[in-house]
Ligand binder design. Sequence first.
Ligand SMILES: *Cc1c(COP(=O)(O)O)cnc(C)c1O
Length: 433
Amino acid sequence: MKDFKNDPRFAGIEPFEKKIWLSSPTMHGEELEYMTEAYTTNWMSTVGANINEVERLTCEKIGRKYSVGLATGTSALHLAVKLLGERLYGQPKVGHGTLEGHRVFCADMTFDATVNPVAYEGGELVFIDTEYDTWNMDPAALEKAFELYPEVKLVVMVHLYGTPAKIDEIRAICKAHGALLLEDAAESFGSTYKGVQTGTFGDISAISFNGNKIITGSAGGMLLTDDEMEANKARKWSTQSREAAAWYQHEELGYNYRMSNVIAGVVRGQFPHLEEHIAQKRAIYYRYKEKLAGLPAAMNPVDTAVCEPNYWLSCMIIEPEAMCGQVRGETDALYETEPGKSCPTEILAALAAFNVEGRPIWKPMHMQPIYRMNAFVTAKGNGRGASNAYTAGTGAGDVGADIFARGLCLPSDNKMTMEQVDRVAEIIRRCFD
Ligand SMILES: *Cc1c(COP(=O)(O)O)cnc(C)c1O
C-alpha cells in the first residue's frame, strides 16, 4: 500500500474523520414505529400487518398485480427461477432441479445472486456479454446466443447500479424465440424505463431490501408477478409448502423464505422515503459528473431520453489511453503510478487512505473461478480470451472484462453532502496528476 498521505499529489487534502460509505442504510424514525408495533402486538413472526402493507405498497409503486414478501432478494430470485422452470419444463422429481439439462442465458456483469439461483435449480448457465450504453446485457450478444443455442427458453437479466437495461430489445428477442424473462430489479427499485417502473418487465421480477439498496429492511426481498396462482405458489413454497391440514402435511418441497413481520416494519417505514433517496442519489451522480469533468474518464452512461434511473450507485470509467499499468490476480491487484494516468486499483487505494469506501465494478461471472467452464457469448463472437489483465483495445470483444478493468463504483451514500462529494472528486482528480 502506497503512502498517499505523504504523496505530494495529495498535498492539502485531509482524510475524512467519519468514514464515507459506498451505500449505507438511512433510517428516518418511522421504521422503529412499525417494528415496535410488531413487537407490542406480538406479530413477531412471518405473519402480520407490516408484511401485508409492504406487499400492497410494492404492487402500488411498481404497478404489478401480485408481490410476495420474502427473506431476501436472493430467495425471491430462487423462487422466481423455480416457478419459471416449472412453467417451462414441469415439476421435477423431489431432489432434482427444475432446470436440470437445460441451458439458461444469464447476465454476465452482475452480482452473483442474480445468476446463482439458476445453478441452485441445476440449470447450465450461459453468460451473455455486456454493452457500453447501459452496462447491462447486450441484445446483440443475446441474439448471437440464440443462434448458438436455439433451444433456450429462459433469460435472466439485471438493471445494474439502477440503470435500466435495453428492455425493449431484450424483450423482443425473448418473444421472437419463445423465451421467458426473469428480471432482477434488486438494484433498480424506483427506476423507470420509458416511464414504466422496472420490476414490471419480467415474466417474473424480483427486488431486494438488503442493507445497501435504495430502501432497506436490513434484509428482505419481493417476488413480483401478474399471475395469482404463481404468487400463491411462491407464498406456499416460502412457508415450507404446508398443505391445508391440521398436521404438517407436504406435497411439495418447501423453503423457509418468508419475510419477517419485523423486517417488513423497517421496509414499511422506508417506503415514504424512496423518492427522497432517489433524489439524493441523483444529486450525487450529477455532482460527480460536474466535478470530474475534464478528466480522461466518464460517469456510467445514463440516457435520460429513454430512462430515469434511481442512480443507486455512481460509477466512473477511465479512458483506455489514461489507464496506468494494472494487473489483477484472483484476490490481489498491482498497479504502476504514471503521470497523467490512473486506474481503479490506484483510485480505490487512494480513497481508502482518505477513509472513503469505493468498490471495483462487479466482476463479470465468466471471469469467476466458479463459472470458468461455462459458455460466454459476446457480440463480436470471439468470447473468452480476456484475462484479468487490462485488455481494452485488444479486440478480445469482451465488454464486461473491459468495464471491470477500467471502471469503479464511487461512494454514493445518500447522506453524503455536496462538499463531501467534492472532496472525493478532488482525491480522484489528483490520482491523474
Ligand atoms: C443485492 C442484489 C441481489 C440480492 O439481494 P439480497 O436481498 O441481498 O439477497 C440480487 N441481485 C442484485 C443485482 C443485487 O444487487
